[in-house]
Design a protein around this ligand. Sequence first.
Ligand code: PEP
Ligand code: MN
Length: 350
Amino acid sequence: MIINMSEQATNEQIEHVIERVKEAGYQAHVTRGTERTIVAAVGSGGRRHELENLQAAPGVENVVPIAQPFKLVSRQVKPDRTVVQVGNVRIGGPEVVMIAGPCSVESREQMLSTARAVKNSGASMLRGGAYKPRTSPYDFQGLGREALQILDEVRRETGMPVVTEVMGTEDVDIICEHADMLQVGARNMQNYNLLRRLATIQTPVLLKRGPSATIKEWLLAAEYLLSGGNRNVVLCERGIKTFETETRNTFDLSAIALARELSHLPVVADPSHGTGRRSLIAPMSRAALALGADGIIVEVHPCPERALSDGPQSLDFAGFHDVMQSLALPMRSIAGTMNGNTRAAAQRSA
Ligand code: PEP
Ligand code: MN
């Protein structure tokens, strides 16, 4: 249930409602928005009628059920959009964030040259997998700890925050020491042990949508993170499995729009995995930006034909530069016409 406080509610009245929610057997999650405070009562096994009675408490405007199965992720609980800070980069603010880098970390030189090239072209964050979830056990599995060292060095040298995938709970601590954001890969979106562990830290999480997950399941996976205490979550659409074979996955543009409608969390688009085709990266990125995506993540490699993973969908440096050129206009117009609060207001009413 949601207890919407009135705009004039005092701190004491808000505190009183929080106490009463706890007494009724629920957790109280408080969102202090630009206009009003919302107290969300979540959990199971509480006494619902006691919440309904809060309608009569001073400072309460109304008490309404949360319409969706996901609660803290929902825009009903938090109408203002969330901005997730990753190092010096803000995802979900007025500026679109470009994240670029190879599928896998292969060497120091590969990472450093890629970081410099993509930064020059306008990317503000670097990607690169140290632990790789591969369909075949005979494929390159990632350099593991050695890759983490490389990522750490490169982020220090270039000042670019780094996102890298975490596959197991046992790697969470070490990855947090070397990277700025943890990616939960598509195959792990429903690894609930991993989600529960990541909920206990504050390091931002990039939560990819599972290849066969519904939008509701994806948002419920995010709910695991928020309800466990980590609010620094960014959603990532990376394509789903359909009968189509001409593309690697079917990039679900409607999911980007709907996730932003249903949730306050930022949404990033991954057209590299979403299509598996480098020729589709520019048009799909433009489409994602038109839908309001807060960022784009793409795979870039110094020499895609030699890449140890995902070469066919990777851009080389010149290709990435061209993509950035083709996005310059939409990115400028988004940043220019919707700065600060005006973009937030536009997003609220979207
Ligand atoms: C990746 O980012 O390289 C990756 C493995 O992505 P996904 O989990 O979306 O397949
Ligand atoms: Mn990849």
